[in-house]
Design a binder for this molecule. Structure first.
Ligand SMILES: NC(=O)c1ccc[n+]([C@@H]2O[C@H](COP(=O)([O-])OP(=O)(O)OC[C@H]3O[C@@H](n4cnc5c(N)ncnc54)[C@H](O)[C@@H]3O)[C@@H](O)[C@H]2O)c1
Ligand SMILES: N[C@H](CO)Cc1c[nH]c[nH+]1
Ligand SMILES: [Zn+2]
Length: 427
């Protein structure tokens, strides 16, 4: 447990956060090489990495999911599992539909000004599948793209041993996605960004993944758009003496389970609670073989005690975590003291896994402190804006002199003349 009772001591926590984030830079060289290789050699490189990391031979087995594989997958899903997926899909769909951005305009005397919002044409969606398959992420990536109106959707998902996860295929089929490729990691991101003989180039890549996927998305950003750097999961819990330490320890563990690089940050406003949570987290981590918590996972967990709500809020903004859970009495008051978190879960019944599956908001969220500037995946990820400017003669006359004079200030006389010619024939 670290004790921080003075704002000047916040550096101890900052260096913990920075060390974890900086360690991700160590993957850049490997990822750069994979991207360059796929860019230069297309399918040959994509297949080679798939053979190496996903343990099957795409040359023989192919990477495109065929119609028969989709049909077999759909048949193999028991009806009660379909109902579970449909229940989650329904809630996620409704949430994204409500928050889909809409074009809007204002009218002033002689002018219409506004923002036209249209879907991006081509999207590549990443559904993770290394250590575990993520059908819930298939819902969280496909639904906003479909609701946004993307015309052309490709899904990539690593398929260890060559068999795509049937639940992921079920979700793809549910939303009419025909192109699913059995590739993953940095090589899949490179294929979507630059194209290969099989995979076509997209305009936006969205979806979470491990550190190789996250670093690859960061490196191709600019050549394509991305949702965010959504890498190894993180959860931060702020709790006071009203919190249930068992709930808190279990919520921390739920994210540690994703990856040994996952980050778990606990801030207790009560010393005894902080000690209890740390002890219980370690106990659970040591006795939970199915969750596969390693020493590295435990090293990526930190327990802080502070007696000051303002310091707690500062610690949240320092970490800018993917998920923030508030197990405190005055949740809304505390929320207003901070800025940065991918998703905020209010109160002890809003456990993070509810958000992973059924709450409705997207579970694909920025990590590695990028919640400072990135937002959750949403319909916005798949949409872009154009400004609309429409002046009538009378509206033009109201603003023309201002524009003409401004052009003069900048010394841009062709600009000035383009305005003046409409006023008085120009010079
Ligand atoms: N931030 C979010 O919104 C969010 C949501 C869901 C999941 N996640 C994260 O997604 C990740 C899922 O990870 P995963 O590994 O199970 O699946 P994954 O699909 O992200 O990664 C599997 C791929 O990693 C590549 N890879 C593995 N070892 C490699 C190596 N040594 N060198 C180069 N490439 C290598 C392989 O190509 C493999 O196909 C976890 O980190 C989890 O926390 C994040
Ligand atoms: N917690 C993950 C986001 O960090 C999302 C997820 C999918 N399945 C289970 N959890
Ligand atoms: Zn999760």
């Amino acid at each position: 447990m670290i004790e921080i009772t003075n704002i000047d001591e916040i550096d101890i926590f900052r260096s913990f956060v920075d060390k974890r984030v900086l360690s991700f830079d160590g993957y850049e060289e490997t990822v750069k090489q994979i991207i360059t290789d796929v860019k230069n050699r297309g399918d040959d490189a994509l297949f080679e990495y798939t053979r190496r990391f996903d343990k099957f031979d795409p040359e023989k087995e192919g990477i495109s999911v065929e119609e028969s594989e989709f049909n077999e997958a759909v048949k193999s899903i028991p009806s009660h599992h379909r109902e579970i997926i449909e229940c989650a899909a329904d809630r996620i769909y409704k949430f994204h539909e409500v928050f889909k951005p809409k074009s809007s305009f204002i009218e002033e005397d002689g002018a219409i000004l506004g923002v036209r919002i249209t879907p991006i044409k081509k999207a590549g969606l990443y559904v993770p599948g290394g250590k575990a398959a993520y059908p819930s992420t298939a819902l969280m990536t496909i639904i906003p793209a479909v609701v946004a109106g993307v015309e052309d959707i490709q899904v990539v998902t690593p398929s260890i041993g060559g068999k795509a996860n049937p639940y992921v295929l079920f979700v793809a089929k549910m939303f009419g996605i025909k192109r699913v490729y059995k590739v993953g990691g940095a090589q899949a991101i490179a294929a979507l960004a630059y194209s290969t003989q099989t995979v076509s180039k997209v305009d936006v890549i969205a979806g979470p993944g491990n550190i190789y996927v996250a670093v690859a998305k960061k490196l191709v950003f600019g050549d394509v758009s991305i949702d965010s750097v959504a890498g190894p999961s993180e959860v931060m819990v702020v709790a006071d003496s009203s919190a249930n330490p068992e709930y808190v320890a279990r919520d921390l563990l739920s994210q540690a389970e994703h990856d040994e690089l996952a980050g778990c940050f606990f801030v207790g406003l009560d010393k005894e609670l902080t000690e209890k949570v740390e002890k219980r987290f370690i106990e659970l981590a040591n006795s939970n073989p199915r969750a596969n918590i390693t020493q590295k996972s435990k090293d990526n967990a930190v327990f802080v005690y502070t007696n000051d709500l303002k310091i707690a809020a500062e610690l949240v903004d320092e970490a800018s975590p993917e998920h923030l859970e508030l197990h405190i009495e005055r949740t809304y008051e505390f929320m207003n003291m901070l800025n940065n978190a991918g998703a905020i879960f209010m109160g002890e019944y809003s456990t993070e896994p509810i958000g992973d599956y059924v709450a409705g908001p997207n579970h694909t969220l920025p990590t590695a402190s990028t919640a400072r500037f990135f937002s959750p995946l949403s319909c916005d990820t798949f949409m872009k804006k154009s400004s609309i400017v429409h002046f009538s003669r009378s509206g033009f006359e109201r603003v023309a002199k201002c524009a003409s004079d401004f052009a003069e200030i900048e010394g841009l006389y062709a600009h000035k003349n383009a305005v003046d010619v409409r006023l008085d024939g120009g010079s």
